[in-house]
Write a protein that binds this ligand. Structure first.
Ligand SMILES: *Cc1c(COP(=O)(O)O)cnc(C)c1O
Length: 334
């Protein structure tokens, strides 16, 4: 039998909520009349794309930084993410007065580098691949004693993301089904742990894209497996869950009721719907709950909450999508 760490508890999520209260923003919930009509039950949108740094990742990163010892704070934190986790970590570190280095390869587009720098982190460009960037992270940990903060498989990260579940229950106490964008599973593990502890009857549904749905493949296999990363409009949902996954695989397997997959065309339709009907600018990864609702793949006998997890989309790409252009990223390298 493989041993895993005990699941993240409601107590840890409560503690996280207190620890990060001064750093994060409480994000609003909007009712969607159009989606409510379509679903036949009230549908609410949790507007987490309005979180500082544009995604929920700030919650986990802030909690991880808040949990450092004084000695660790003095040596700083390091990460490899070029996306929302990198932004969140950079912001959280700066807010706490902690040094932060984000390592990335030469292949990372300038816009992503600028996005991380704008949050105040030092960006170190090393090597030709994510793996080479990881080697530099390992060196900073080994030689300079910096603390590596991973994007999802870490109890402080999961507890931080779980605060979104507690906040959502306060705002929509009669929620029956919660739709959660799913990649490495940090968000859904935290949200499910929080919500199931308070209201076990609430259904938690993970939504991933059809192209490269890593957690879905792992759940089918019954263990963490290698999954090929493919280009998708839901780019923040790409990547594997780690073959040595310690927490999010088991928590997702045991706490999540269902996983639903959406196509590229459905993601594009959801980004368009969010803009024209809900007046929200969201990235592909943040739109997958709306995509599943529009595709009528969600059934619920009571109110549904869809978490709009992030808004960091290239605005030229967004413009093309909402203008009705057929934006196909699947021909590009991942
Ligand atoms: C990271 C991310 C997700 C997925 O979160 P996991 O914890 O990896 O499952 C979903 N949406 C957005 C916008 C993200 O940045």
């Amino acid at each position: 039998m493989t041993m895993h760490e005990p699941f993240v508890s409601l107590g840890e999520i409560d503690e996280a909520r207190e620890a990060i209260a001064a750093t994060i923003r409480t994000t609003p919930v909007n009712n969607s009349p159009v989606l409510s009509d379509l679903a036949g039950v009230p549908v609410h949108l949790k507007l987490e794309q309005m979180q500082i740094t544009g995604s929920f990742k700030l919650r986990g990163a802030s909690n991880a930084v808040a949990s450092l010892s004084d000695e660790e704070r003095g040596r700083g934190v390091v990460g490899v993410s070029t996306g929302n986790h990198g932004r969140g970590l950079a912001y959280a570190a700066r807010a706490a007065g902690v040094k932060c280095i984000i390592c990335m390869s030469r292949l990372v587009p300038q816009a992503k580098i600028d996005g991380i720098r704008a949050q105040g982190a030092e960006v170190r460009i090393v090597g030709q691949s994510q793996d080479e960037a990881q080697l530099e992270v390992d060196r900073l940990v080994a030689e300079d004693g910096m603390t590596m903060i991973p994007p999802f498989d870490h109890r402080k990260i999961i507890a931080g993301q779980g605060t979104l579940g507690l906040e959502l229950l306060d705002q929509v106490p009669d929620a029956a089904t919660v739709l959660v964008p799913l990649s490495g599973g940090g968000l859904i593990s935290g949200v499910a742990a929080a919500i199931k502890a308070r209201r076990p009857e609430v259904r938690i549904v993970g939504i991933s894209m059809e192209r490269g749905a890593a957690m879905h493949e792992c759940l089918k296999a019954g263990k963490p497996v290698q999954v090929e990363e493919l280009a998708t409009l839901a780019d923040s949902l790409g990547g594997g869950i780690g073959l040595n996954n310690r927490l999010t695989f088991a928590m997702t397997r045991d706490l999540v009721d269902d996983v639903v997959l959406v196509s590229e065309a459905e993601i594009a339709a959801a980004i368009r719907h969010a803009y024209w009907q809900e007046r929200q600018i969201i990235e592909g990864s943040g739109s997958v709950g709306i995509a599943a609702l529009l595709a009528r793949r969600i059934e619920s006998t009571g109110p549904i909450v869809a978490i709009l997890s992030g808004g960091n989309i290239d605005m030229n790409q967004h413009h093309r999508i909402i203008s009705g252009e057929d934006v196909d990223v699947t021909q590009e390298a991942a």
